[in-house]
Design a binder for this molecule. Structure first.
Ligand code: MF3
Ligand code: CO
Length: 249
C-alpha cells in the first residue's frame, strides 16, 4: 500500500479544491426544502462547480451519472439524483466532490429539515459526532485503525451501527487513493499517519442493522432493514503536529 504524501504546494492546492467542495455542499444543503427534486439539487451543484471553473469529481467516475450523490432515508450512499422529490421529514445525505487544479476535495453531510423522530435525530447527531471524534483522533504517529476505532466507539455508544461494506479513503490527485479507511476496527493497526497524508473520513451509519444492499441501478446503497442511514465526510490533512480539516467553507 503506497499512500501519496502531499508537499506544501500540493497541500495548498488541496486547500483550494476542498474549500470549493465545502462551499458547494453548503449551498446545496441550504437549498433543501420540501418539494425540491434531487435532480434540481444536482443541477445547482453543477452550476456552482462550473462557475468556479472546476469539475465535478463524481460525474463519469466509473460511469456515475451525477455531480452529487443524494441519498434519502434508507438510502445509505450513492443515491443518483433525478425526479425524486424531497418530502417533509426526509433524512437527506448529500455528497459532493470537486476537482480543481489537479486535486479533488470530497465531503458529505446529512440534512434533517423537518425531522422530528428522536431516533432519527440521534442517528444523525451520532454520525456527526463520530466524524468530529475521528478528526480529533487524527495526528501524525497514530495508526489508521485508531481513527476507525474511534468512529466505531461513538456509533456504538449512540446505539447505531456502522456500515462495514464501504469505507473512507485517501484523496488527492485521484478521488480514491490509499489507504482505505474502515469505520470500525481494533486500535493499533494499519499504516502510521504521516504529515502530508490527505484523507477522506466518512462514517456511514445505520439506525438499525448494519447490512446494506446495492439497488438495481448499480449504485444506490440501501439498508436491508429499510431503516434510515446517515453519512458525514470531511477531507483532512495530516500536518507536522496536528490535523487540518480542509473541507470547511
Ligand atoms: N464520497 C464518495 C466516495 O468517496 C462518493 C463517490 S461517488 C462516485 O466514494 F460516484 F464517485 F463513485
Ligand atoms: Co469519499
Amino acid at each position: 500500500m503506497k499512500i501519496p504524501l502531499k508537499n506544501a504546494a500540493e497541500l495548498d492546492a488541496m486547500r483550494v479544491s476542498c474549500r470549493m467542495t465545502a462551499s458547494v455542499l453548503g449551498q446545496v444543503a441550504a437549498a433543501i426544502q420540501p418539494g425540491v427534486t434531487t435532480g434540481e439539487l444536482d443541477a445547482l451543484a453543477r452550476r456552482l462547480i462550473a462557475g468556479m471553473n472546476a469539475k465535478p469529481s463524481f460525474l463519469g467516475y466509473r460511469g456515475y451519472p451525477g455531480a452529487m450523490c443524494i441519498s434519502i432515508n434508507d438510502e445509505v450512499i450513492h443515491g443518483i439524483p433525478g425526479r425524486r422529490v424531497v418530502l417533509p421529514g426526509d433524512v437527506v445525505s448529500l455528497d459532493v466532490g470537486v476537482y480543481y487544479n489537479g486535486f479533488h476535495g470530497d465531503c458529505a453531510t446529512t440534512v434533517t429539515a423537518g425531522v422530528t423522530d428522536p431516533d432519527v435525530i440521534r442517528l444523525v447527531e451520532t454520525t456527526r459526532r463520530a466524524l468530529d471524534a475521528a478528526v480529533a483522533a487524527v495526528r501524525p504517529g497514530c495508526r489508521l485503525s485508531d481513527v476507525s476505532h474511534t468512529i466505531e466507539g461513538v456509533v456504538q455508544a449512540g446505539g447505531c451501527s456502522v456500515v462495514r461494506d464501504f469505507v473512507g479513503h485517501g484523496v488527492g490527485r485521484h478521488l480514491h487513493e490509499d489507504p482505505q479507511i474502515p469505520n470500525y476496527g481494533t486500535p493499533g493497526h494499519g499504516p502510521v499517519l504521516k504529515p502530508g497524508m490527505t484523507l477522506a473520513i466518512e462514517p456511514m451509519v445505520n439506525l438499525g442493522r448494519p447490512d446494506v444492499a446495492v439497488q438495481d441501478d448499480g449504485w444506490t446503497v440501501v439498508t436491508r432493514d429499510g431503516k434510515p442511514s446517515a453519512h458525514f465526510e470531511h477531507t483532512v490533512a495530516v500536518l507536522e503536529e496536528s490535523v487540518e480539516v480542509l473541507t470547511l467553507a
